[in-house]
Design a protein around this ligand. Structure first.
Ligand code: ADE
Length: 253
């Protein structure tokens, strides 16, 4: 049966998923721990990418080459860039861009050299399923967290996410990044540090990929405040609610 890889950058982002695996089996490779098992009748491998694009590319390559992952889904947190994308909202990626890639004047800014393109689209079918799972899975989530107003009614967005090797913690930097990307016709909803690398490796191997990010901050001077608490209290329960739904809806290959 086809293996689904579920990736996150940090342990806190993956919390709850490991406990769901039937017959969990631990495999060490490339300085990482991979957990293989079954979830809702699917073969699943859970792994952490660690932080940043190179680390994410290593983990993605490993799940494809060593664990024969035939579908990849990423779940984690991101900083909100677009005005309407608030802390606690969820963004499902339609495509990714490397915001720190600039080989101009040899290639257009943001273009991935020798790929002939800047944006990396996610798989349409998996993304549609993830969006549906987000709507269904998060429908009741506000009720569970009603004592904390931050956690009420998460909005679900879908669109472009920008990735780069930088934790964005300045409104000035965030605005400059946005303006630069907009000049080239890109309007990212959120920023994080792994997605474009995972998308690029999956494209290289022709493996379908989809990604979900919960907005933990607005990529400004307060971005680091309560980061871990947010991931534990909000992002991981959201990810769990959505992924559980997603895996149940996922067709068996
Ligand atoms: N992941 C979560 N918040 C982020 C930020 N502000 N910048 C980059 N990656 C993030």
């Amino acid at each position: 049966m086809a293996t689904l890889a579920i990736l996150s950058a940090l342990l806190d982002e993956q919390r709850g998923l490991l406990e769901e695996l039937a017959h969990p089996r631990k495999v060490k490779r490339a300085g990482r721990t991979f957990w293989c098992g079954q979830w809702h009748g699917h073969e699943v491998v859970l792994a952490l990418t660690k932080v940043g694009k190179v680390a994410a590319a290593t983990t993605t390559t490993a799940v494809i080459e060593a664990f024969q992952a035939q579908r990849v889904v990423f779940t984690g947190v991101a900083g909100g860039l677009s005005a309407g994308v608030k802390v606690g909202d969820v963004v499902v990626a339609r495509e990714f861009i490397h915001h720190d890639l600039d080989s101009s004047p040899l290639f257009a800014r943001y273009e991935i050299p020798l790929y002939g393109r800047a944006s990396l689209p996610c798989d349409e079918g998996l993304t549609a399923l993830l969006l549906e799972a987000a709507h269904v899975g998060l429908a009741g989530v506000g009720d569970h967290f009603h004592h904390d107003k931050l956690l009420m009614a998460p909005r679900v967005h879908a669109g472009l996410i920008a990735s780069g090797d930088q934790f964005v913690s300045s409104a000035e930097v965030a605005v400059r990044m946005m303006c630069d990307m907009q000049t080239f016709g890109f309007a990212p909803l959120a920023v994080e540090m792994e997605g474009a690398a995972v998308a690029q490796v999956c494209r290289d191997y022709d493996v379908p990929f989809a990604a979900l990010r919960t907005i933990s901050d607005r990529a400004d001077a307060t971005a680091h405040v309560d980061f871990s608490a947010f991931v534990q209290k909000v992002a991981s329960p959201y990810a769990f609610a959505v992924l559980s739904q997603f895996v149940q809806m996922l067709p068996k290959l």
